[in-house]
Design a protein around this ligand. Structure first.
Ligand code: SF4
Length: 382
């Protein structure tokens, strides 16, 4: 993680000057629009398929080299690609990412754990985070995700992934819930089930957004702000009550701050901190279009037309125009993927997170000390 610090200064300089002085730190690779879910919050599966081949990824990753630290392999459903482990092996060989994040719907319970084990073997030096999508409990989940029996299958997949943790210390198994008009009223039950029954390594929740990428613009899936604010406050309460330590305390502090940003972004309808999409983060669509982010889904250029040279697409006049528009605040959103990179590159946010971690550490030392003293006294022979 420390290796990204020098890069953050270059990212800030890129943002200030509008010049692409550095390639993105955070890359989302959408490997296919194909999906075996039929979610009420997503129409991506209806988009035409023109997926990159393994060889095209190989050439692209070679051009990115060691620039990107955090990769997300998304879709559609990324595990539907049989060559997902080979694609990730290629990214690992060329780019050595510190973090690889993969969302899954968990439907192919007989296939996904073995496929993820191949990923773990292909990238032994990366932190691999698998996030299982869970948008309800039992039949409610099946209804929101549009597939009968999805919930039961997702639980089998989850058990298979958890079993891998005994052999792979670099695996994190998380749960991801999209809060939409279809499940916002049941959030408390979902949250209790996740915390008490599933006990994942991490739990994240995002609001269902109307996105160009997902073809959901105008569908009315986003819950009203007061309802979503109540969800966020519940999540923040959970974070603040949790007993985290070390790296997980820092992660929790960032997550708490992220939820603050979401509340303000939605209420104030503006970028609360500068969005560095197109500078620090970007997305590659299945056909090789490079986007600043999946919300705008506007291509800077296409890798096929630039001989798979990422730097060349990153330097187009269209990329410069998109950066100008984002910097001018012509869009805003609470997209988690971009927001975490934005926070990491925003010195006031990092300082606040550091302060809050230091404060909590000091508090826990103070509250532990009397107990430790009492324990010592109790164990002394009378
Ligand atoms: S604010 Fe949102 S929509 Fe605008 S560039 Fe950033 S991530 Fe994309």
């Amino acid at each position: 993680m420390l290796e990204i610090l020098p890069k953050i200064a270059k990212i800030q300089a890129s943002y200030a000057t509008g010049q692409p002085l550095v390639l993105p730190l955070n890359l989302t690779i959408s490997v296919s629009y194909r999906c075996n879910s039929r979610c009420k919050t997503c129409n991506v599966w209806q988009r035409p398929n023109d997926d990159f081949t393994l060889e095209e990824y190989e050439r692209t990753f070679a051009s990115i080299d060691r620039a990107a630290y955090w990769f997300t392999f998304s879709g559609g459903e990324p595990t539907l690609r049989r060559d997902l482990p080979q694609i990730i092996a290629s990214a690992y060989r060329h780019c050595r990412p510190g973090i690889i994040n993969i969302p899954t719907n968990g439907i192919q319970d007989a296939i996904i754990p073995a496929r993820i084990e191949q990923v773990l073997q292909a990238a032994p030096g990366s932190e691999i985070i698998i996030n299982l999508s869970l948008d309800g409990i039992g039949e409610k989940h099946d209804r929101v995700r549009g597939v009968k029996g999805n919930f039961a299958r997702a639980l089998k997949t989850y058990a298979g992934l958890k079993a891998l943790k005994a052999r792979y210390k670099n695996l994190t198994v998380g749960v991801h819930t999209v809060i939409s008009n279809f499940n916002v009223d049941e959030f408390e039950q979902i949250y209790a089930y996740v915390r008490e029954e599933l006990r994942p390594d991490s739990f994240i929740s995002e609001i269902a957004e109307e996105r160009v990428e997902l073809d959901t613009v105008g569908m009315g899936i986003t819950p009203p702000l007061p309802k979503y604010q109540a969800v966020i406050e519940r999540l923040q309460q959970g974070i603040r009550q949790s007993e985290a330590s070390g790296v997980s305390r820092i992660t929790q502090a960032f997550r708490d701050r992220y939820y603050d940003l979401v509340k303000r972004t939605l209420a104030e309808q503006r970028q609360v901190i500068p969005c560095l999409a197109g500078v620090a983060s970007a997305q590659i669509a299945p056909n090789g279009d490079v986007w600043t982010c999946c919300i705008r889904a506007e291509p800077m250029g296409n890798l096929r037309e630039h001989d798979y040279n990422f730097q060349s697409v990153w330097s187009t006049p269209r990329a410069a125009e998109l950066r100008r528009s984002i910097k001018a605040g012509e869009c805003y959103c609470p997209l988690a993927n971009a927001a975490y990179t934005n926070m990491l590159c925003h010195i006031p946010t990092v300082s606040r997170v550091a302060l809050s971690v230091a404060r909590e550490s000091a508090q826990s030392l103070i509250t532990l000390r009397p107990r430790a003293t009492q324990a010592k006294t109790a164990s002394q022979p009378s």
